[in-house]
Design a protein around this ligand. Structure first.
Ligand code: GLV
Ligand code: MG
Length: 329
């Protein structure tokens, strides 16, 4: 080796765009799969979720965690996962398991693994530490540099206070995710079921939280995801609850059961009517600006302009990402 080779040996340069494959894939439904259950791991690829995350954290008992790592690696390598986003949730930095979760899983899973989900993120340094560890593991595992993305969960008061710096902490970040159950515990809210409406509260007790996370995520180009709804048999209540984050503009929500996946995929896609109207607005605006040279025109009984084009393109992007096509006239 030359002197220059020695100087650079083991060093790496910062690259700005990471984890290209999964960054813009849809994540309407994000299915949680306990990594210690062979049965659930084998079933996961057959469930029509946009994303599956194989869990090493709270759905796995402490004594099962070391064995679950190997089961997850085998599931990633041996099962047929189609094009969906494939993620592993590791344990949080305040446990004894995080570094070995990453070294064992990312070090052995191969290129099909898209992302690591980091729970209970408290500050930007939690994300930076994960980014640095991933860089070393990628090099030693022969993975492309920057291959593994990060999903960061906000589920504590400290995490929410720091969410703006957290969302800007690493180019590996692809999403920011709300964890309502741990968050309620961190707030000391007097509730016993995670992620559901509190009937005694006059309004939406998480409205501020949803909005704050959404703004921080969008300001940094991230997808923004709502967490679990734990009453898994009550689909009507889930439908009602989802309207909160669908209306604010969240990209998707966790699912804990296949029945939740079907409903969540439907709710976090634009309706056909919205999609067709957005396409019509884009056509009308293009004709107005490029043929008639006008910046604002009437579209039915409403005025449209450049801001209308921006709103319509978001619907079209979301719809196309979910595989929708325009109704033929
Ligand atoms: C998810 O991890 C939650 O705590 O709600
Ligand atoms: Mg949690």
């Amino acid at each position: 080796m030359t002197v220059k080779d020695w100087e650079n040996y083991g060093k790496f340069t910062i690259i700005s765009q990471m984890s290209e494959r999964s960054r813009n894939l849809p994540r309407r439904s994000c299915l949680s799969v306990p990594g210690s259950s062979q049965r659930f791991l084998e079933k996961a690829p057959t469930i029509n979720a946009d994303m599956s995350f194989l869990d090493l954290e709270d759905s796995v008992a402490p004594l099962e965690k070391p064995a679950a790592r190997g089961q997850i690696v085998r599931a990633i390598r041996e099962l047929e996962w189609d094009d969906r986003v494939l993620c592993v949730r590791v344990n949080a930095w305040d446990t004894r398991w995080t570094y070995a979760d990453v070294i064992e899983v990312v070090g052995n899973a191969g290129e099909r693994l898209d992302e690591i989900m980091l729970p209970k993120v408290q500050s930007a340094s939690d994300v930076i530490a994960m980014d640095l560890l991933l860089t070393q593991v990628e090099i030693n595992a022969g993975l492309p540099r920057g291959h593994i993305g990060i999903e960061a969960q906000i589920e504590s008061t400290k995490g929410l206070i720091n969410v703006e710096e957290i969302c800007a902490a690493s180019p590996r970040l692809e999403t920011i995710v709300f964890g309502p159950a741990d968050f309620a515990a961190s707030m000391e809210m007097p509730i016993l079921t995670g992620g559901v409406q509190i009937s005694d509260y006059p309004g939406d007790h998480f409205h501020y939280v949803f909005s704050k996370i959404l703004m921080a995520g969008r300001a940094n180009g991230l997808q923004v995801i709502d967490g679990p709804f734990l009453k898994i048999r009550d689909l009507d209540a889930l439908r009602d609850y989802c309207h909160r984050t669908v209306t604010l503009g969240y990209d998707g929500k966790w699912a804990l059961h296949p029945d939740q996946v079907t409903l969540i995929n439907e709710l976090y896609s634009p309706s056909q009517e919205q999609f067709d109207k957005a396409m019509d607005i884009l056509d009308a605006y293009k004709a107005a600006t490029e043929v008639d040279l006008m910046g604002a025109v009437m579209f039915g009984d409403e005025m449209i302009d450049e801001a209308s084009r921006k709103m319509a393109s978001k619907f079209v992007f979301r719809g196309e990402r979910a595989g929708m096509t325009r109704t033929s006239k």
